[in-house]
Design a protein around this ligand. Structure first.
Ligand code: UDP
Length: 323
């Protein structure tokens, strides 16, 4: 198959590209290296089945040159990471809304199957877990920039459902806190990257708030497996799926586990949210996916437990993070 991966030089995108190349597909990546990095795909440069274009998904004429010849599109290019969004909400909204409008519009025009990468951030601060795909979303005020990410992804999903209603074969995956090798060292989108960096340097491991907020950390192999299934399974068409582990971990628990696995002497320090995100930040207290639908329709079950995944991630970070 000929496959386009937007955002294919990103953390998740590049692993997806590896899996596609491994199964024998020909892959085109379009990525403007905003948060993606060429290092993530450097090993593929020169591979006969791999093509890379360093450009934005907002470049519609460029996309229109390539989408007609594709069999499948994975749309992962987006502004990601809560801190990234807070840093430049305008750019984030533009990329996530306008960019998806362009990619989905062309998939519709040339009638291409597409998988849209969305986020567990969609559920906002809903307090009723686990989150089922058809649950209500609970968001804070528009004065709180964090929620613009959830909103932009929700608009993307609405676009996708609107095209699906016209018959276009589209599927949506909502990622839950993916982690693994190639996480951005700056910790933009990931507490795991932050904690590992701090643990390896011997710096304090900075737990925000009381550390009792929870996430379901999902190893990259599982994230990619779920994404591939969403692009293959007949039952995936027109549907949205949670792609995540159901094992709930507190942030303090994560800090302690990383400290132990990295054999670090770092102290664990409790920091107020404001110190990191600025005033008026709102966090999601618990985030747990319902895994039923992905299991039933895609046959997807996450396989890698947290300690096994963290060990592999720490090995990679030891080699690649600046010390
Ligand atoms: N977090 C933390 N210390 C850090 C970075 C993040 O305690 O150095 C917390 C953050 O406040 C949130 C959780 O870890 O409660 C997950 O944050 P992340 O940015 O990884 O992703 P989110 O799930 O919020 O999108």
């Amino acid at each position: 198959m000929r496959v386009l991966v937007t955002g294919g030089a990103g953390y998740i995108g590049s692993h997806l590209v590896d899996a596609l190349i491994k199964r024998g597909d020909e892959v085109l990546v379009i990525d403007n290296l905003s948060t993606g990095r060429i290092e993530n795909v450097r090993h593929l440069l020169g591979h006969p089945a791999f093509h890379f274009i360093n450009d934005s998904i907002l470049n519609e004429p460029l996309l229109e040159r390539f989408i007609p010849s594709m069999d499948l599109v994975f749309h992962l290019a987006a502004a990601v990471g809560v801190r990234n969004i807070l840093h430049d909400p305008l750019a984030a909204i533009n990329t996530n809304v306008r960019g998806t409008e362009v990619v989905l519009g062309l998939a519709f025009k040339y009638w291409k199957r597409l998988v849209l990468a969305s986020s567990s951030e969609i559920y906002g601060k809903a307090s009723h877990v686990p989150f089922r795909e058809d649950d209500d979303r609970v968001l804070g005020s528009t004065g709180v920039a964090r929620w613009s990410y959830s909103m932009s992804k929700a608009i993307d999903e609405h676009f996708a459902f609107a095209y699906a209603a016209k018959g276009l074969p589209i599927s949506i995956v909502r990622y839950f806190n993916s982690y693994g090798p190639r996480l951005d060292e700056r910790g933009y989108g990931s507490v795991v990257a932050n904690f590992i960096r701090q643990a390896l340097r011997g710096d304090p491991i900075t737990v925000h708030g009381d550390g009792k907020q929870t996430r379901c950390f999902t190893y990259i192999e599982d994230t990619v497996a779920g994404t591939l299934l969403a692009g293959e399974a007949k039952e995936a068409v027109g549907e949205v799926f949670n792609i995540g582990s159901t094992s709930e971990t507190s942030i303090l628990g994560l800090a302690e586990t990383i400290k132990r696995l990295a054999r670090s002497k770092s102290p664990v320090r409790f920091d107020p949210y404001e110190a990191y995100y600025g005033e008026g930040f709102e966090d999601t207290r618990r985030r747990v996916p319902s895994a039923d639908k992905a299991k039933r329709r895609l046959g997807f079950t996450p396989r890698v437990d947290l300690e096994a995944g963290l060990k592999k991630t720490i090995v990679w970070c030891r080699e690649h993070f600046a010390r």
